[in-house]
Design a protein around this ligand. Structure first.
Ligand code: FES
Length: 79
């Protein structure tokens, strides 16, 4: 499934990136561009990222770092 419409990033792209060693959502954004335009996909992308990390590392959340960013660009334009 496509997670990020702006950058055409799928759940499989995110899973692949995690398997390749990306363990930070911020790095995932830098490397793939996911959630780096309108931000509407941020929560879904972060959830897919966390699930991929948990699957790869057996649920060890400490091995992956969730996004600390709050994407509010879309919200800012909506108001
Ligand atoms: S849908 Fe992902 S940045 Fe717009």
């Amino acid at each position: 499934m496509i997670v990020c419409l702006c950058r055409r990033i799928s759940d499989r792209d995110i899973q692949h990136a995690v398997r390749e060693g990306i363990n930070s959502f911020d790095v995932l954004q830098d490397e793939t561009g996911v959630s780096s335009h309108c931000g509407a996909c941020h929560d879904c992308a972060n959830e897919v990222f966390q699930e991929a990390c948990a699957a790869l590392h057996g649920g060890g959340a400490e091995t992956c770092h969730a996004s600390q960013k709050v994407i509010s660009i879309a919200t800012a334009f909506a108001t």
